[in-house]
Design a protein. Structure first.
Length: 889
């Protein structure tokens, strides 16, 4: 939908859409901006320009319009106090990792907290009405602006003010009245300073008017009245109208402090540490002038580099000031901002990686590392993390609990960055030779090699970072679409009664509702359909084998083999109980392994995905490194401890909102739950998940869990394969048998080896006797030597290097018509050695060369003595046959 058209329509009838009670009471006048034409409401009848174009834009820098000064945390206290006093519930922030929406990695607005997706529809679920929330939001689109513009953040606190008028909340009049009083009464801003601008909001099929409120050109908040659905003109009023007022807490702090940038008043004491590191006083006239210019120009240009150049010119900044003040300052603001975002994201369970939302986090840490290197700063990241958390913990106590985890993850990631530098340097050199890469090439460089444009700039491989880089990367990694399941024409069929959620009979009768080829729909079923990573039940329906079961919305479809019953028939059905029991044990084990991994490894462990079949199962967890043998053992031990302790596995149904409030978002280990009533599977307080699968009654029923294999399957994800119950016992038995067999094999091998050594020893003693026998024409067949006259060949394993050397050499000395060829194994190679008497007619060199080439190696020597060999032991028999025929004819 075109927002401009909606705005035109709404602004054509301001009485209906925008003129709230407050405007009439206070005497606001409606004006049209003489520069851009936008409509705005003001108490100052002389004002002709909208806030964006006004002459007072950003004049609060150095001269704030409030009598009191509030920094970031103090500003929230003021906002919270005001709304609570006015009958709002103050709700704790939701995680920044958006576990309750599968179309978003991160929470991007306060209203997202309360949106739940049901099929293709978005519904609202508010835990209180009206409410206010200090929601940390992550947005990576403007990453290039962070640290540079003075007002862009990679994460910011959106003050969310939400009300549902039809469920006891309020609507437009009261909302605007509250927002006005928040600014004027609570923050002490003069009434004349507040300007409301008419705007609209549209998205997700709904739309409505909105009033943005500004003070001195700074947009502090936007009150959206989500009211309509459908196409403009044919639109209807929503069943549930919602007020979505979002305001930037950072901006509230900024307007009261009047600092050169919003960063100066929002990061707390960390700034001082960073300023000390670069030796700058942020409270200088030059900086005020420069950042005021940046603020004024930023909306008028697309290219940030252009804005920067213009601000440098207008503020009269010298090259020296630019290099010694502005550039380092931008760097430390970036560090403070990015670090704060990483603290929130890691606290909420996200990891920097090469997949999904992890891309943006890794990018930010690399930007921090790159900036530290570029500016040659000596910073203690752990100390900076502590400073941030100490400042924020009053508003966000949960950050305090994950302090050490955040440090551990960032340390590991920074070490990885250092390790990858040699590789990055080589790539950067190539880029420098080839010339400036395109935005697409830069994205590929980051995605496949982890090379950030900051790094390339740092090493002078590129001169500027293209302005679209971060927005394009962010678009690629904001969300991913889930694939849809194959569709059957099931529209008119009733919902299948799911017996496995009731008394779960393994044998039952049911009526055949519908048959599609080999697929059957029943009115009721105890066959568990594939879902949540759990494989389906097998068994029989009317005597036909059930080979697959799938769920299509509320209808369960059974795939049969060998034929199908007729529609309308009542049939007897039987679930394969052994298979089901095994799958069930594996499923509960998945929950246990998840909990024990979290216990052993850290709070960042989440289920990434899971698979539970009857004879094996696997759990993919979010973790930064491969597991060590010791960690695997610890996880397995912790899991079996839970099994031994025989905890009850409880299943309870909750209203979704209640479950989220009671247990938090860790219940969504298996992903989003698109139903209002959620099934909570809990093993005491060790593991609590929303899950639709089948489970044992007590953990002791599992008896045993064995981890069979672990593997880092992608950056940030580790796969744990395991077995449980009877399969685990079988696995242990097999392992033991294998070990026994291995031990027996080792003993046999050792005694064979010993025997051979003894034989070789004996053979050496036999040399003089054997020589006599050969010379005198006696048979030495029984000693493993073939002869033809005085030509000898052996491949007996009883003879070694020493034997061949001595026997061959002596033989041809004793009799010049004799020749000798021995083939034997020496280490990983097969070797051949040939001695030929001058009258034997044998050419030793030729044989060695030929045999060595068969064995894939080389041979050398002359006609009288030669040797050679090769590593291709598979050709040993071929080599023996050839050598034998070459010498014996
Ligand atoms: Zn204007
Ligand atoms: Zn489960």
């Amino acid at each position: 939908m075109d927002k401009r058209e909606i705005l035109k329509e709404f602004s054509a009838d301001p009485e209906k859409y925008y003129n709230v009670k407050l405007f009439q009471e206070q005497g606001f006048v409606r004006k049209s901006c003489t520069k851009c034409g936008r409509f705005f409401w003001t108490l100052n009848a002389d004002r002709d320009l909208c806030p964006d174009d006004g002459l007072d834009t950003y004049s609060f820098i150095g001269e704030p319009p409030t009598s009191k000064r509030f920094d970031y945390t103090q500003s929230w206290k003021q906002v919270e106090e005001f709304f609570v006093k006015n009958n709002h519930t103050s709700v704790s922030r939701y995680p920044v990792v958006c576990r309750w929406r599968d179309d978003l990695f991160f929470t991007i607005a306060s209203v997202v907290d309360f949106q739940r997706v049901m099929g293709s529809k978005v519904v609202f679920e508010f835990p209180a009405n009206p409410l206010v929330v200090p929601q940390t939001c992550l947005r990576f689109k403007d990453l290039e602006n962070v640290g540079v513009t003075g007002r862009h953040f990679s994460s910011f606190c959106m003050i969310g003010q939400h009300s549902v008028p039809d469920l006891g909340g309020y609507w437009k009049d009261e909302c605007v009245d509250l927002d006005f009083r928040l600014l004027t009464n609570q923050f002490g801003i003069k009434k004349e300073e507040v300007v409301f601008v008419e705007d609209v909001w549209a998205g997700g099929g709904s739309f409505g008017p909105s009033l943005e409120y500004f003070v001195r050109g700074l947009e502090l908040g936007n009150a959206v009245f989500t009211e309509f659905q459908g196409e403009l003109g044919q639109h209807t009023t929503l069943d549930q109208r919602v007020i979505d007022m979002g305001a930037g807490l950072e901006r509230f702090a900024w307007i009261t402090m009047g600092t050169p940038t919003a960063y100066d008043c929002c990061f707390g004491p960390i700034n001082e540490k960073l300023f000390n590191a670069i030796g700058i006083d942020s409270d200088s006239e030059v900086l005020k002038k420069y950042f005021t210019e940046i603020a004024k120009e930023i909306d008028h240009y697309d290219d940030l580099n252009e804005v920067r150049r213009l601000a440098v010119k207008n503020a009269g900044i010298t090259d020296d000031q630019l290099n010694k003040m502005i550039t380092p300052l931008e760097g430390v603001y970036l560090i403070a901002d990015h670090l704060r975002t990483l603290i929130f994201a890691i606290t909420d369970g996200a990891l920097p990686s090469n997949v999904g939302g992890g891309y943006n986090l890794r990018m930010m840490l690399r930007r921090i590392n790159g900036t530290i290197n570029r500016l040659n700063l000596k910073l203690d990241i752990d100390d900076l993390i502590d400073t941030h958390i100490d400042y924020l913990k009053d508003t966000y106590p949960e950050l305090d609990e994950k302090r050490e985890d955040v440090k551990a993850i960032l340390k590991l990631e920074s070490a990885r960055y250092e390790d990858s530098k040699i590789h990055m340097k080589k790539k950067a050199e190539k880029i420098r030779e080839r010339g400036a890469p395109s935005v697409g090439e830069l994205i590929t460089l980051y995605e496949s090699d982890g090379i950030t444009p900051e790094y390339l700039k740092e090493v002078d491989a590129i001169s500027e970072i293209p302005s679209q880089f971060y927005s394009k990367l962010s678009d690629l990694h904001q969300s991913e679409k889930k694939k849809a399941i194959a569709e059957l024409p099931l529209e008119d069929l009733p919902e299948t009664e799911t017996l496995f959620y009731k008394d779960d009979p393994m044998e039952f009768d049911a009526k055949v509702i519908k048959v599609f080829d080999d697929q059957v729909v029943l009115d009721r079923t105890s066959f568990y359909a594939r879902g949540g990573g759990q494989e389906p039940d097998y068994g029989s329906i009317a005597g036909f084998k059930v080979i697959n079961v799938d769920k299509h919305a509320d209808i369960i479809v059974h795939k049969l083999e060998g034929g199908t019953p007729k529609e309308g028939e009542t049939v007897s059905c039987k679930v394969d109980e052994t298979r089901r029991a095994n799958i069930t044990k594996n499923h509960t084990s998945t929950h246990i392994i998840n909990a024990s991994s979290r216990e052993v490894l850290g709070s960042w462990i989440w289920q990434h995905s899971a698979f539970k079949d009857d004879d094996h199962a696997r759990l993919d967890i979010t973790h930064h490194s491969s597991l060590t043998e010791q960690q695997v053992k610890q996880i397995e031990d912790a899991a079996n401890k839970m099994v031994k302790e025989n905890h009850p596995v409880n299943i309870d149904y909750y209203d979704r909102g209640t479950a989220e409030q009671k247990y938090g978002f860790r219940i969504y280990q298996g992903g989003v739950v698109p139903v209002k009533s959620v099934r909570i599977v809990s093993i005491e307080d060790k593991d609590i998940e929303a899950c639709g699968g089948t489970h044992v009654k007590k953990t002791g029923d599992i008896e045993l869990i064995k981890i069979t294999k672990t593997k880092r399957i992608q950056d940030g994800v580790v796969r744990i394969e395991f077995v449980s119950g009877p399969t685990a016992f079988q696995y242990v038995k097999d392992q033991e048998e294998n070990a026994k067999k291995q031990a027996a094999d080792d003993i046999a091998k050792q005694s064979l080896e010993k025997q051979r050594e003894e034989n070789k020893e004996k053979a050496r003693e036999q040399i003089p006797i054997l020589l006599e026998k050969v010379i005198s024409g006696e048979s030495v067949e029984s000693d493993g030597i073939n002869t033809k006259d005085k030509l000898c060949f052996t491949s007996s394993e009883n003879y070694d290097d020493y034997f061949h050397q001595n026997f061959g050499k002596k033989l041809v000395v004793k009799d010049s018509s004799a020749a000798y060829c021995g083939i034997f194994e020496a280490g990983p190679t097969v070797r051949v050695m040939i001695f030929a008497g001058v009258e034997s007619g044998v050419n030793a060199g030729e044989i060695a060369k030929e045999i060595a080439s068969i064995l894939g190696g080389s041979g050398g020597g002359d006609a009288k003595f030669a040797q050679g060999g090769g590593k291709d032991t598979s050709k040993k028999e071929q080599a023996i046959a050839k050598a034998k025929s070459m010498i014996l004819g």
